[in-house]
Design a protein around this ligand. Sequence first.
Ligand code: B1M
Length: 214
Amino acid sequence: MTVDELLNKLRDAVERGDEEGADAAAKAALEANINPLDAVEKGLTPGIRYVGEQFEKRELYLPDLMLAARAMEFAMKILTVEIEKQGLEIKYEGRIILGTVQGDIHDIGKKLVATMLQARGFEVIDLGYDVATTTIVEKVKELKPDIVGLSAMMTSTMLKQGEVIQALRKEGITNVKVIIGGASVSEEWAKEIGAAGYGPDAEEAVRLAQHLVK
Ligand code: B1M
């Protein structure tokens, strides 16, 4: 198989949300001595970008996006080991730490935001849900992201978004931009707590992140 055919196999597996295919294509690419960075940037990335665009145009649906992201994760697991071994570096648009705030276990929307950001070339570190403010502050210190994204779905937990911003300030961390989203929050709330912005949905969250890292 030629290099182009192998890269197309990676892209195709992501577009079809085919985990096993993505896994096999990643292994085949490494066996053929394809640079693992090329496998990510010329194979997987165009695949997930295409799916992201089709999702925005409503040509594909949420399950398609989720399956594509999972297939990409499968291949990435294999390729990142080789990337690290070779000391190569993936070029990202920016680094984002995401999490649903403490006391809140809703994470479907946040996962969607994470997937869309990845599809647009961001490095996303998803801390999951019910994430303690102290954990977020520690992770910001450790990983120095460009952006922290906080999801809150309930009126009782949205207060935690403000708490995180205060905690970061208290630690003297002022260079990281905090963006917020979730069913119970709004642009006004973002202003009130001093967030850098609010995303009503995943697409707007991506646009906001792109604007903030410019
Ligand atoms: Co719960 N829940 N839930 N729930 N739940 C809501 C949020 C609620 C509005 C339902 C209702 O009463 N009408 C209500 C909150 C009311 C309020 O406070 N105003 C509620 C409640 C009360 C609860 C429990 C307390 C119920 C109970 O046990 N009595 C409990 C909470 C427990 C806890 O968190 N401690 C609970 C539990 C659950 C389930 C576990 C059953 C399940 C969550 C499963 C999961 O996430 N793994 C669940 C679900 C599914 C919902 C509803 C029905 C749907 C949420 C969802 O996934 N939407 C929800 C009702 C609703 O929202 N209308 C509800 C689909 C998703 C794609 O959209 O999450 O809005 P969404 O995300 C969007 C945007 O908000 C935005 O982009 C996303 C994609 O477009 N966005 C961001 C989200 N995060 C962002 C971050 C960003 C930017 C944009 O930047 C960082």
